[in-house]
Write a protein that binds this ligand. Structure first.
Ligand code: HEM
Length: 215
């Protein structure tokens, strides 16, 4: 029994095609031919595949979701925190201000070592996170969903987020570490990190709501 009864598989179409009738994936499989029939072996192979596909889907979905949580999540948190710890040229005084007695909002938080670690996580985790779209595309192909709108939009958003990270966020982080400047570029970096995280939030909603899914 498949753990994904609501999901379509390519196999359903294959079996339906083998039987010569356009039945849906959930329909009963084609009647088994006699062992002497020339089509006996391909159909037996398909039936064996049918037993293995739900397991394959479960493994792919587990890899997809786990790597999304750990690596996209890690990279999203690191890009968000980087501007808070990145060094600036005009040193922020640590501790309460001598004049007002109140602590400045970011006192004591700027730390080059922490910022460098966050930069490595932003970049390194994102590289490993390429597993997420790869597993997602294989999973969508196995399920016969590749043309569905939520998959297409997710792929575009995933590619857009990757381009944003590679061409804007990581280079700006590197520049902020090698030549600390004003606080304004770090505010822009915060805004870009917000866009990066928004893309992932939209993709997760698409993954759950699946607008335009056929079955
Ligand atoms: C190229 C981009 C992607 C493709 C093609 C893709 C494809 C898929 C497919 C086919 C499923 C299985 C849906 C089902 O079983 O009915 C899925 C589930 C899921 N995906 Fe993706 N995905 C992509 C990107 C992402 C990203 C970037 C994230 C996270 C940030 C993500 C998070 C999830 C989650 C949490 C689920 C489980 C949803 C559920 O079972 O309710 N996916 N994805």
């Amino acid at each position: 029994m498949s753990p994904f009864p609501h999901r379509r598989t390519l196999l359903g179409a294959t079996l339906a095609g083998a039987a010569g009738t356009p039945t849906p994936a959930t329909a009963a499989p084609a009647p088994s031919p006699t062992p002497s029939s020339p089509r006996a072996w391909p159909i037996r192979a398909n039936l064996k595949l049918e037993e293995e596909l739900p397991m394959l889907e479960a493994v792919l979905l587990s890899i997809h979701v786990l790597t999304a949580i750990v690596f996209i999540g890690g990279s999203a948190v690191a890009t968000s925190l980087f501007p808070r710890y990145a060094p600036v040229a005009t040193a922020v005084p640590a501790g309460p201000s001598a004049l007002t007695g109140s602590a400045p909002p970011e006192s004591g938080e700027r730390n080059v070592a922490v910022a460098a670690a966050l930069h490595r996580i932003s970049r390194g985790y994102a590289v490993i996170a390429l597993i997420v779209p790869l597993a997602g595309i294989v999973l969508a192909s196995v399920q016969g969903r590749m043309g569905e709108i939520w998959i297409t939009v997710s792929m575009v958003l995933t590619a857009g987020a990757a381009v944003l990270l590679a061409t804007q966020i990581v280079p700006r982080q590197r520049a902020a570490l090698s030549a600390p400047g004003e606080a304004a570029p770090l505010r822009r970096l915060s805004m870009l990190a917000g866009l990066y995280n928004l893309a992932w939030a939209v993709v997760v909603v698409l993954m759950i709501a699946r607008p335009g899914a056929q079955g």
